[in-house]
Design a protein around this ligand. Sequence first.
Ligand SMILES: CN(C)c1nc(=O)c2c([nH]1)N([C@@H]1O[C@H](COP(=O)(O)OP(=O)(O)O)[C@@H](O)[C@H]1O)CN2C
Length: 183
Amino acid sequence: IKHPLQNTWTLWYYEPDRTKTWEESQREITSFDTAEDFWSLYNHIKTASELRQGCDYSMFKQGIRPMWEDDQNKCGGRWLINLDKKQRTTDLDNFWLEILLCMIGEAFNEYSDDVCGAVVNVRPKGDKLGVWTSNADCADSVMEIGRKLKERLRITSKTTMGYQVHKDTMVKAGSQTKNTYTL
Ligand SMILES: CN(C)c1nc(=O)c2c([nH]1)N([C@@H]1O[C@H](COP(=O)(O)OP(=O)(O)O)[C@@H](O)[C@H]1O)CN2C
């Protein structure tokens, strides 16, 4: 039999489309709840670095949409990892896969329930990886998730990680959002 995951996860794909709203451009690809089905999906689709710039992948627990407004996201925030341009060939795909494996493997111990999902943004100005958590006010949960991420991604001090509350990001879209926590 296949190895069941603790949660069911849904993969979303975002491609900019001038004829649609941002929300209409978020497309639900498929959901899975076994390790084997994760690998079949992962091996079947393009890696993040193969996507056109402007596109995103998002992987969220089933029932949570990859947007600030979702009930599970609205009081939360994200650990954001900003990559420099050359990291697209060296780190982007490894970091994204490691984040996916942390999530489906419930690697955040007692705080895994606070993890909503993760987003990878492929951008000309530098790619971004975000891990979204459900409650920005739970400092213990946010910090523990951040520490585990840094450990699993083997992120050194040269790559900064900041936690941004979605309520701040929403209003400051386009300009620099403040980090509520940093690691
Ligand atoms: C429900 N709803 C509309 C809505 N709900 C959302 O949850 C949500 C958006 N809109 N987003 C829109 O994309 C722009 C780029 O953000 P970006 O993170 O791609 O970053 P870049 O500026 O393209 O690097 C954001 O400025 C925002 O317009 C982003 N976003 C997460």
